[in-house]
Design a protein around this ligand. Structure first.
Ligand code: UDP
Length: 486
């Protein structure tokens, strides 16, 4: 890359899904705060959601711009307006969604061809392997961004390389991941869909992702070295270069806090509702339950969750994701008079909650989570211990890291990945009311063990703060990356 920081221009190409767009925009602000000009490739609907980034950029003299490309929903066979993974009517549309993402290659190349001066670097999402062809065609250095941990990267690499998962006789037979610093066991039922060789929908995807990563000049990871040093060192032997620059959400919260609450249209009144509730409760007493941006949880399961939250001894905030707010669930909530019944004890948010604000509030004492990596990093940055309820993708890896390696969480007890493609074929209840109640009480109370877990979470939060401070590991890695001659 050019030697002068102010000549740098990074082109960021995210997957159009909230859990990718959020860290990508946080990363854009991080680079721009370090003097780099940043262009983020977005589609119109997604750009409208992230206008706040442009407002913050303007208020802070940051050079961030969006390059809009129309999203080929209809051409790819998707319903009109499905520009973000969270707008898909069901998970079965995901392969079509990826096909539509692949179709962005041509308009992106057309735009690049018309530029007088090309960007100095492409930072592309691991889920968009075709960006490696674009980078080679225009001779632009490229790095890959991972919104997952080095623990997950190393586990999946070692599993794929050794094929240890192909040697077990059943989906539920445990196997040990080879060549790791800790003894980490999984079953085949817990592996992400893309890693299962029998998955038709994702056939070949993992090889393409891997190839795109290995042909890149290095990888940027939303983690910090102190969190998982041995796994970072382990993965440095696989990728050409590894720069850990996270937690991106923490950097963002500390740097842009005063502008961060502008996006009222997106969050609706949930911000006021949640913050009022948090203020009215004692320190570390509230359980926050939220399952990310893509949850598709059967209504029967949501009922058990609701009853478990109610039965526990602790106040709660429960976010029911957009896709989970079914007519059937609404009907049940009404019949049970659930919201009235739990008034004062709990708050229900339908749609989207201000997660980072909730987690960083002193009244929040525990996080019941599906273990998405962004959620995990946000909990870690706030020193909040977790109840782990992994559901899909790499979430079982995250559970292992949280519970076994970092020791900042308790398991709710699910043993198998839920295939989102299968979810509509039957009502599945994996977690009972009693499991929810037991896990909450175990996390929030539980004598010495609970205390140790809370202390560990606080220790790791302090490490996260140090990493993003001036001269901290992530701050230095970010600067080194910007200066790197790729
Ligand atoms: N999120 C949020 N409010 C919600 C639900 C999700 O702000 O009501 C954010 C959350 O803070 C995180 C992202 O959406 O940054 C979810 O990403 P994660 O990797 O945890 O899960 P995924 O969406 O990939 O399942």
């Amino acid at each position: 890359m050019a030697s002068q920081t102010n000549q740098q221009h990074f082109l960021l190409i995210p997957l159009m899904s909230q859990s990718h767009l959020i860290p990508f925009t946080e990363m854009a602000k991080l680079f721009a705060s370090n003097g780099v000009t940043v262009t983020i490739v977005l589609t119109p609907l997604n750009a409208a959601r992230f206008n706040m980034v442009i407002d913050q950029a303007k208020s802070s003299n940051l050079k961030i711009q969006f390059q809009l490309l129309p999203f080929p929903c209809v051409e790819a066979g998707l319903p009109k307006g499905c520009e973000n993974m969270d707008t898909l009517p069901s998970p079965k549309y995901q392969p079509l969604f990826f096909a539509a993402c692949n179709m962005l290659k041509e308009p992106l190349e057309n735009w690049l061809s018309g530029l007088e001066k090309l960007p100095s670097c492409i930072v592309s999402d691991i889920c968009l392997p075709w960006t490696s062809n674009v980078a080679s065609k225009f001779n632009i250095p490229r790095v890959v961004f991972h919104a997952i941990s080095c623990f997950t990267l190393l586990c999946s690499h070692n599993i794929s390389l050794s094929k240890v998962h192909e040697k077990v006789d059943s989906m539920s037979t445990p196997f040990v991941v080879p060549d790791l610093p800790d003894t980490i066991e999984f079953t085949k039922a817990q592996l992400p869909e893309v890693m299962k060789q029998d998955s038709k929908a994702w056939k070949g995807a993992i090889d393409q992702f891997k190839e795109s990563e290995l042909s890149a000049q290095g990888i940027l990871v939303n983690t910090f070295e102190e969190l998982e040093k041995v796994y970072v060192r382990g993965y440095e032997k696989v990728a050409k270069k590894v720069w850990c620059i996270g937690p991106l959400s923490l950097h963002d919260r500390l740097t842009f806090n005063k502008f961060g609450k502008d996006d009222k249209g997106f969050i609706d009144d949930s911000e006021t509702k949640c913050l009022k509730f948090l203020i009215s409760n004692k320190a570390c007493s509230v359980i926050y339950a939220c399952f990310g941006s893509l949850s598709f949880i059967p209504t029967s399961q949501l009922k058990e969750l609701a009853l478990g939250l109610e039965a526990s001894n602790h106040p709660f905030i429960w976010v029911i994701g957009k896709n989970d707010c079914s007519i059937e669930l609404e009907k049940w909530l009404k019949e049970e008079n659930f919201e009235e019944r739990t008034k004062g004890k709990g708050v229900i948010v339908k749609g989207w909650a201000p997660q980072v604000e909730i987690l960083s509030h002193p009244s929040t004492g525990g996080f019941l989570s599906h273990c998405g990596w962004n959620s995990t990093m946000e909990a870690i940055s706030s020193g909040v211990p977790m109840i782990t309820w992994p559901m899909f993708a790499e979430q079982f890896f995250n559970e292992k890291l949280i519970v076994q390696v970092l020791k900042i969480g308790v398991r709710i007890g699910v043993e198998a990945f839920v295939d989102p493609m299968e979810i509509y074929k039957g009502e599945k209840v994996l977690v009972k009311k009693e499991d929810v109640k037991r896990a909450i009480e175990n996390l929030m109370e539980n004598g010495v063990e609970g205390e140790q877990r809370r202390n560990k979470a606080k220790e790791i939060k302090d490490m996260a703060y140090k990493a993003v401070e001036d001269g901290g590991s992530s701050d230095s890695n970010c600067k080194l990356f910007i200066q790197e001659k790729l």
